[in-house]
Write a protein that binds this ligand. Structure first.
Ligand code: SF4
Length: 380
């Protein structure tokens, strides 16, 4: 579980394939005379912690860190006023899709920090939110990245399945990190896998995602169907790239028997976001739905989906302790997710603040966003 590598000037420890801890060799040499390896890794101040997959700084979000799990879009719990909670345990992705709405992967130009949440901390906080929400809650593991990179995934879903009130656990995944062993470890706890498969053509898939093994992901799709879990195939339709792949993906999903209880497909429209990657023009919504309606007729399958198809319903939303436009002072506790941003803590929430100030300083900011409890501020 703990790999050790000799770097040029640093000792490198890799924990669970994703957490990379770098300690200057001269510091390590002094400490190892007195302390155990585990002690040095945990408490050495001079260490750098990185996400091994993306190479970015990795902030460990624990209860002791004082970083709340509400308020941020990159990690923690997001409540958009329904019985579905988005739960984000880790950021970072092993792919670099040209249409990625959160500009993820090693090639990202906008993301400068990754976060990983301690599983026990997440479970304790999730229990409180689920209690507030009531029965029949869906815990949806998604995020700014690939959720299966979470090294505590199996442990986490098992614990979440025992939370009273949780009825469904679903996960959004690119499928590249799933295999027979992992599927058998999670099938008793995870209800549905939403698999983002956008091309069945190997060359086009590489163009869309970077290095990518289509046949492996096809096999994974079949393994999920043959497990206790349900499968929903969720391609992103990127006009000019995979138009011809969409009917082939519909046929594939129907052929393998995706959608035992839920719809087999959730085709997503490519939308260029401000801080996401741009892959050309998007299709107007009207055209998108008209084309889905045509495919619905042709294949006899429901493709225009509604929240009710997933058992979603409106529920009271957690209240947000901020108002748009108000001015707040808060301490910067960590680097921010985006370039030019820092992570602040105020009123029990994590807040992304656009500022040039440093970690440890206090910043005064104006709240510019509070939608769905995600709080963003800009330094005054
Ligand atoms: S798999 Fe998802 S998170 Fe990863 S780069 Fe592609 S779109 Fe982004």
């Amino acid at each position: 579980m703990l790999k050790e590598i000799e770097g040029k000037d640093e000792k490198i420890f890799i924990l669970r394939n994703i957490i990379e801890i770098r300690i200057p060799k001269n510091v390590y040499a002094k400490l190892e005379k007195k302390y155990s390896k585990e002690y040095i890794i945990s408490y050495c101040n001079a260490k750098r912690v990185l996400n091994r997959i993306t190479g970015r700084e990795l902030v460990f979000v624990t209860r002791e860190s004082g970083i709340p799990l509400l308020g941020h879009s990159a990690f923690g719990i997001i409540d958009r006023g329904t019985n579905l909670l988005q739960v984000r345990c880790v950021t970072g992705c092993n792919l670099n899709c040209i249409f990625c709405s959160v500009d993820e992967g090693k090639k990202s130009r906008t993301r400068k920090t990754d976060y990983i949440v301690d599983p026990d901390y997440m479970i304790e906080e999730l229990e409180k939110v689920v209690e507030f929400k009531g029965e029949g809650v869906e815990v949806h593991l998604d995020g700014q990245g690939e959720p299966m990179l979470y090294p505590y995934f199996e442990y986490f879903v098992e614990k979440v399945s025992r939370i009273k009130g949780v009825g469904v656990i679903s996960v959004q995944s690119n499928g590249t990190l799933l295999n027979e062993e992992r599927i058998s470890e999670i099938e008793d706890y995870v209800t549905r896998v939403n698999l983002s498969l956008s091309s069945l053509d190997p060359e086009l898939a590489k163009k869309l995602h970077g290095p990518y093994n289509v046949s492996k992901v096809r096999e994974v799709a079949e393994m999920v169907v043959n497990s206790k879990m349900d499968l929903l195939i969720a391609p992103v339709w990127v006009p000019g790239y995979n138009d011809e792949e969409i009917p082939k993906i519909i046929e594939f999903a129907l052929e393998i028997g995706a959608g035992k209880k839920y719809p087999p497909l959730g085709i997503q429209k490519y939308i260029p976001y401000r801080f996401g990657r741009k892959a050309g023009k998007s299709m107007p919504f009207r055209e998108f739905y008209a084309r889905l309606a045509e495919y619905e007729k042709e294949y006899g399958v429901k493709l225009i989906l509604k929240p009710e198809d997933f058992g979603m319903e409106k529920r009271e939303k957690l209240s947000c302790p901020f108002r748009k436009g108000e001015v707040v002072r808060a301490k910067i506790v960590a680097e921010g997710r985006l370039v030019g941003e820092k992570l602040c803590v105020a009123r029990g929430r994590s807040v992304a603040v656009v500022t040039e100030k440093r970690v440890g300083e206090v910043v005064e900011f104006e709240v510019v966003r509070t939608k769905d409890g995600i709080v963003v501020g800009i330094e005054r």
